[in-house]
Design a binder for this molecule. Structure first.
Ligand code: NAD
Length: 331
């Protein structure tokens, strides 16, 4: 039985608390948060104790910690938890700063404990099936990847200000998805961004709409489209054109009813947001972590994957500012 401490008791921590408690091979021992009331509430819900972060990290009876705190705390907590001998699953992104994330990567490697980054979309059954079909050779050689990732509505501007920007906070998932499907990082990143949805987001120094083009050493191309607003729901699709055909992973819908009348043919909207769409993926992510840690096998997503996606986010941020493509080897 893997004994787990959960750091953070906010939005995503609640999802992870459910996954940890539902897994037959793990138990949620303790929860911490700088907001003690939040930690107490979440801990009580799952029969765990509320403790402070230091006490969780120092407890030799805790085998693993799940870091679901605000992004600017991730590198410090990864370093401290691995130094204390814990296996770690840390939410994305690794850090707001690429330099800090790279320093953390060195410290964690020296500490020698497993660190997985929470790129939950790799565990979505639809994207997993697309990747499996690609690997089975069903569309031949991949040539053009298109990732669509639209949120239903923008977050508050107060969140935008501390998020690190759309490329680090939101598109980071799509950078990792591109790396997952293409099997390697691109050589160059070209980005265009705009604050057409909410000028307040622009005033806060961020963009809410962006297109990124990734080019690969062998000539393959990937395009990522992001928007903070899609009025019809959470739009999450992947399309991959290969030499022998096309693979498309479509949205999950609120229901499967299709209405056909004299007025036309209509169906349900996509599920509202990430909590609805990716709940099975969060559970599968936790299963994969427990399996790797308890068997000593390879992690399905590593800290290196987290740093690789952050480097692409950094390159995209610079490209959107300068208007020129940025080579990843210059980052
Ligand atoms: N993988 C995903 O789909 C996904 C979805 C949402 C958020 N996230 C990531 O998860 C992290 C948390 O996001 P959220 O939406 O849950 O935010 P949130 O603000 O709801 O929760 C963060 C919590 O961390 C606590 N906290 C901050 N510093 C702390 C510290 N030093 N020690 C203990 N607790 C501390 C805050 O008090 C807060 O309760 C972010 O890094 C975000 O990027 C990932």
């Amino acid at each position: 039985m893997l004994k787990v401490g959960l750091l953070g008791a906010g939005r995503i921590a609640g999802v992870h608390a459910t996954a940890i408690s539902s897994h037959p091979g793990s138990t949620l021992v303790a929860v911490s948060d700088i907001n003690q009331a939040a930690a107490q509430k979440l801990a009580a819900q799952y029969g765990a104790e509320a403790r402070d972060t230091d006490a969780i990290i120092a407890d030799p009876a805790i085998d693993a910690v799940l870091i679901a705190t605000s992004t600017d705390t991730h590198s410090d907590l990864i370093e401290r938890a691995t130094a204390a001998g814990k296996a770690v699953l840390c939410e994305k992104p690794v850090d707001l700063s690429l330099e800090r994330a790279r320093a953390c990567q060195k410290v964690a490697a020296a500490n020698g404990k497993p660190v997985m980054i929470g790129f939950n979309r790799r565990f979505d059954p639809n994207f997993g099936a697309l990747k499996a079909a690609l690997e089975a050779g069903e569309i031949g050689k991949p040539e053009l990847l298109a990732i669509t990732s639209f949120d239903p509505a923008p977050p508050p501007v107060a969140y935008i200000k501390v998020s690190g920007g759309l490329f680090r906070d939101m598109m980071i998932h799509d950078f990792d998805m591109a790396n997952f499907i293409m099997g390697e990082a691109p050589v160059s990143v070209s980005a265009v961004g705009s604050s057409i949805v909410d000028p307040e987001i622009g005033a806060a120094g961020d963009v809410d709409t962006a297109v990124v083009t990734l080019t690969y050493a062998d000539g393959r191309i990937a395009v990522i489209n992001n928007s903070r607003r899609a009025v019809y729901g959470y739009d999450q699709r992947v399309e991959l054109l290969g030499s022998e055909g096309l693979l498309q992973a479509q949205n999950m819908l609120e229901n499967t009813v299709v209405k056909s009348t004299v007025n036309g043919v209509t169906g349900a909207k996509p599920t509202y947001f990430f909590l609805e769409r990716y709940m099975p993926a969060y559970a599968a992510e936790w299963y994969a972590f427990v399996e790797a840690v308890t068997s000593g096998g390879p992690l399905p997503v590593t800290l290196d994957d987290g740093v690789a996606a952050l480097a692409m986010a950094e390159a995209a941020t610079l490209s959107a500012q300068s208007g020129a493509p940025v080579r990843l080897d210059s980052i």
